[in-house]
Design a protein around this ligand. Structure first.
Ligand code: BJW
Length: 254
């Protein structure tokens, strides 16, 4: 959808008036890089699988070969993808903020590391990172997991199963990351929700925390979500089209 200059200006003006901005991102942020989102229809090799049914500890226990093949396939796909203009705009927002004594906290549900590859720093990863793998029994990280694995499921030299370093349904989020995200949500003046279906908790609850603490809220998403009726400004559009315009407007305003 073509977003008018007035909406871009309104968001830039909300950001320009903030001392602390918290950004929550989801899979839609990386969609324009070619990374499939979690809830859009899957295509190709994995079309017959439901991601929500592969992203559980029970699925690993039931079918370790399929689950680890899927994660390795995604890890290889992501390694071939590049950050897109939306990632670059958030890294630019951080640089703008540094020069203007504004604090920007970037909190992501994405496991792809693309925001960091675009130059963003201090990114809080709520759901882990697909490039890290660990022993499923001890939780110990595997240094430099080979890309791709030679066999499925991959195992440690001792024969125990490896799993991706991501957070599955029913698992606790990393305590430090969740605490940092909660603090950032409760203490910001502006909360941006970008490219997320706003359906997976506790991440989806951060917007409510921000709003309850008086923050202005903005959503940028390709479609309406459960958060849309709750936010102050909702933009239904692709992040890669809107975010660069907002950050460009902001940089010219100050
Ligand atoms: C674009 C675009 C473009 C496209 N531009 N936009 C409260 C209520 C109800 C349930 C719960 C609750 N609290 C907890 C639960 C249970 C559960 C949950 O939330 N279930 C819901 C589904 C109902 N939560 C959990 O289990 C969490 N754990 C937990 O709560 O533990 C408690 C505990 C405490 C102590 C001990 C033990 C346990 C864990 C959640 C983990 C989520 N993990 C996943 C998989 C990660 C690994 C992997 O990638 O495989 O994380 S699931 C998946 O969903 C992934 C994502 O990060 C996450 C969010 O999805 P996201 O990012 O929003 O993607 P999509 O695809 O849904 O949406 C993309 C959007 O982008 C769409 O709207 C598009 O339109 C849009 N878009 N292109 C802008 N270009």
């Amino acid at each position: 959808m073509n977003i008018d200059e007035g909406t871009i200006e309104a968001i830039a003006s909300v950001l320009a008036g903030a001392e602390r901005i918290t950004v929550l991102t989801g899979a839609g942020l990386s969609a324009e890089s070619g990374v499939p989102t979690f809830r859009d229809a899957q295509t190709g090799l994995w079309a017959k699988y439901d991601p929500a049914e592969l992203a559980t500890p029970e699925a690993l226990a039931r079918n370790p070969e399929t689950v680890t093949r899927w994660y390795d396939w995604r890890r290889q796909l992501i390694a071939r993808c590049e950050p897109n203009p939306a990632h670059a705009a958030l890294a630019a927002l951080q640089r703008w903020a540094e020069g203007n004594r504004v604090r920007v906290d970037l909190v992501t549900q994405n496991v792809d590391g693309l925001l960091q590859r675009a130059g963003a720093t201090g990114v809080v990863e709520l759901h882990g990172n697909i490039h890290r793998w660990r022993c499923a029994a001890t939780g110990r990280d595997v240094p430099d997991p080979p890309l791709p694995f030679a066999e499925y499921p991959p195992r440690t030299p001792e024969g125990t199963l490896l799993r991706p370093g991501v957070v599955w349904f029913g698992e606790a989020l990393p305590a430090e990351a969740l605490a940092a995200a909660s603090e950032a949500a409760s203490s910001c003046d502006v909360f941006l929700s970008i490219g997320t279906s706003a359906m997976v908790y506790p991440a989806a609850g951060l917007l409510h925390v921000a709003a309850d603490n008086g923050a202005r809220t903005v959503e940028i998403n390709a479609e309406r979500t459960p958060a849309t009726p709750l936010v102050d400004i909702a933009v239904t559009s692709r992040a890669g089209e809107v975010l660069p315009r907002i950050v460009d407007r902001l940089s010219r305003a100050v």
